[in-house]
Design a protein around this ligand. Structure first.
Ligand SMILES: Nc1ncnc2c1ncn2[C@@H]1O[C@H](COP(=O)(O)OP(=O)(O)OP(=O)(O)O)[C@@H](O)[C@H]1O
Length: 328
């Protein structure tokens, strides 16, 4: 799928399908997803747990579980299909250097047996031909830019608080000055105040350093103030994609509408009753025919359980896959 709205494309995911092989069949975790991210922009990706967000991210970084297969599609980064690159070259030339990853669990990146500075040093020296002294200088500068005092560099990850560890992981991601940073539920494990601080830090770093960011979360409310565009996933499918203002002010897909209704309004003291979405996401090994959201959809029509809705442009940079919207 070609998106005309992309003016300065950095990342382009085209018709991507990533399935997991199981004893009984295939879990269609990412099933024909297309999206893009422009340079110096932020793309927010949201959806309930199990909708395929992490599978999308691990496919981009080629760190999928062993039973995962890319069935079809391409992931173009700076015009080059990452899935076709030799894995060794990809790891040496692209990962960390040009695109970095901040996962939910900081300990997935930080090795507990290395001091912070030694891990950071290794990351720099594995990719760049610089002296140790230059590398150390950069480590201290980067730690400072994320609000971690230099002396913490001598500590082991377990000696830091959860928030500090997450800041160190952000510093790791920044070390080689990548063009894109992907954050997968990077603030989820933190308390609400630390979460807000980390989010603010990531946004200010993105603005000052001008990298592109893909921010993945199950919490749509986090995306309103940081994103330029929003992609909503449901059961392995992209159901809505567009400019952040369009998606928040005029959500078109019934699933997006329900997600937005479920966001508490912090300005109101007495909360109206929050709307929980009834039912559960489908089994991705045997997804329902037609629209995967139809069994839970308040607007479902007979056609919805017959035919899959087309992912189509509604107006400007705003796409949706819904029979009810697209037939209007
Ligand atoms: N290794 C695996 N083998 C089989 N199925 C898997 C595997 N990993 C994930 N899945 C399934 O693939 C689907 C998508 O999972 P994924 O982790 O990508 O979703 P998610 O939106 O990131 O959820 P969460 O936020 O809970 O991680 C889910 O149904 C999940 O159970």
């Amino acid at each position: 799928m070609i998106f005309e709205e992309s003016t300065d494309t950095l990342l382009e995911v085209n018709s991507l399908k990533t399935y997991y092989a199981t004893k009984t069949g295939y879990v269609k975790a990412v099933d024909d997803v297309s999206l893009f991210l422009d340079r110096s922009k932020v793309l927010g990706v949201a959806g309930e747990s199990g909708c395929g967000k992490s599978t999308l991210v691990t496919t981009i970084f080629r760190v999928m579980p062993r039973n995962a297969r890319v069935v079809s599609g391409e992931i173009k980064f700076k015009g080059q299909d990452l899935l076709k690159m030799d894995l060794k070259t990809f790891r040496k030339e692209i990962v960390w250097k040009d695109m970095a990853y901040i996962p939910q669990a900081s300990m997935d990146v930080l090795d507990p047996v290395y001091k912070v500075k030694d891990q950071m040093l290794e990351t720099i020296l594995a990719h760049e031909d610089v002296s140790r002294a230059e590398a150390m200088e950069r480590i201290y500068r980067t730690l400072e830019s994320v609000g971690v005092p230099q002396e913490k560099a001598d500590m082991f990850p377990h000696e830091l608080s959860g928030g500090q560890r997450q800041r160190v992981v952000i510093a790791m991601a920044l070390l080689l000055n990548p063009s894109m940073i992907v954050s997968d539920e990077a603030t989820t494990a933190l308390d609400v105040i630390t979460q807000a601080k980390i989010l603010e830090l990531m946004k200010s770093l993105q603005e000052s350093r001008k990298f592109s960011m893909m921010f993945v979360t199950h919490d749509l409310s986090l995306l309103a103030n940081v994103s330029d565009s929003i992609a909503i996933m449901y059961a392995g499918k992209l159901v809505e994609f567009g400019d952040v203002e369009k998606v928040f002010s005029n959500p078109l897909h019934p699933y997006t509408q329900l997600l937005i209704k479920a966001i508490p309004d912090l300005r109101v003291r007495k909360q109206k009753k929050l709307v929980a979405i009834p039912g559960f996401p489908p089994d991705l090994e045997n997804p329902p025919k037609g629209c995967r959201f139809a069994p839970r959809c308040p607007l479902a029509m007979p056609v919805c359980s017959e035919r899959e809705p087309e992912f189509a442009r509604v107006e400007g940079f705003h796409y949706v896959a819904c029979h009810a919207v697209n037939r209007k």
